[in-house]
Design a protein around this ligand. Structure first.
Ligand SMILES: N[C@@H](CCC(=O)N[C@@H](CS)C(=O)NCC(=O)O)C(=O)O
Length: 254
């Protein structure tokens, strides 16, 4: 049994961040697949670790860590292996800028689109009484609202339009950034690449109107550089849903 345990869902958005950081560092860890679509994150044993009922959670000895970006920074600093933060202060600022931009502004919009297209449709066929009981167990009121909207397909047209506007703007900014340097914020692969890749790894499949070989050649070349990393192959092989299976279709595109 490893000293590190990670309670994670699919390798994407937030769970993929510590999964990839640990794999890049070559650190051994015990995987506890936490099925978001089965509401595992709201069960008592999980809430005892993270009262917010969100995934992922990492334990290292008796330390319990939440918040996926802070978790990646911990992984980078606590373990030997390749440095996942650049040394130059300007690069460090850019890396942190991109992570903040994704976590605070762009990520929630990717998430709303993903919840309306994948999470909602994946659970809505369950028994309505069972779903309502599951929603009642969710500790954060804002997550209860998001689940209800995802299940009933009732994100408003205005909310969806704003998410699409942000995604289009974020993709354009990323394309511009990757025209300046090979990785996000610096010349080396860092936590910013891990962070952004987790939400964009199948962008050309999900949003072909925004990203693809003709529209975003810099993003395509960067995705190829990310997909070529052994850690990405190792982590995406741990996925169990159709989300992770998109990787083989992406490989053919790149
Ligand atoms: N800020 C937190 C957010 C975690 C989060 O929202 N995780 C999503 C999965 S990507 C989740 O657990 N959703 C399930 C739910 O809200 O019930 C982090 O970065 O760890």
């Amino acid at each position: 049994m490893a000293d590190i345990a990670l309670y994670h869902w699919e390798p994407n958005a937030n769970s993929g961040k510590p999964m990839l950081a640990l794999a890049e560092k070559g650190v051994a860890w015990d995987s506890h697949y936490t099925d978001l679509l089965n509401f595992d994150q709201h069960k008592p044993a999980y809430l005892a670790m993270n009262p917010q009922g969100t995934i992922p959670v990492m334990t290292h000895g008796d330390l319990v860590l939440t918040e996926s970006t802070a978790m990646m920074e911990y992984v980078d600093e606590a373990f030997a292996g390749p440095e996942l933060m650049p040394a130059d202060p300007r690069d460090r600022w850019r890396v942190r800028w991109w992570m903040k931009f994704m976590d605070q502004w762009l990520g929630p919009s990717f998430s709303m689109i993903g919840w309306s297209m994948f999470v909602g449709p994946s659970v809505r066929q369950k028994d309505p009484a069972e779903l309502e009981a599951a929603i009642e167990r969710i500790p954060l009121p804002e997550r209860r609202v998001a689940w209800r909207k995802a299940i009933s397909g009732s994100f408003s047209p205005e909310e969806m339009a704003e998410s699409r506007r942000r995604v289009a703007q974020g993709v354009a900014l990323l394309e511009e950034e990757l025209g300046k340097r090979p990785y996000v914020g610096s010349n080396q692969y860092t936590l910013a690449d891990i962070n952004i890749f987790n939400s964009t790894y199948s962008l050309p499949l999900g949003q072909p109107d925004l990203a693809g070989p003709d529209k975003t050649p810099n993003i395509m070349a960067w995705l190829k550089r990310c997909y070529d990393r052994p850690a990405v192959a190792e982590v995406w092989a741990m996925g169990r849903t159709d989300l992770a299976k998109r990787v083989s279709a992406m490989m053919e595109l790149l």
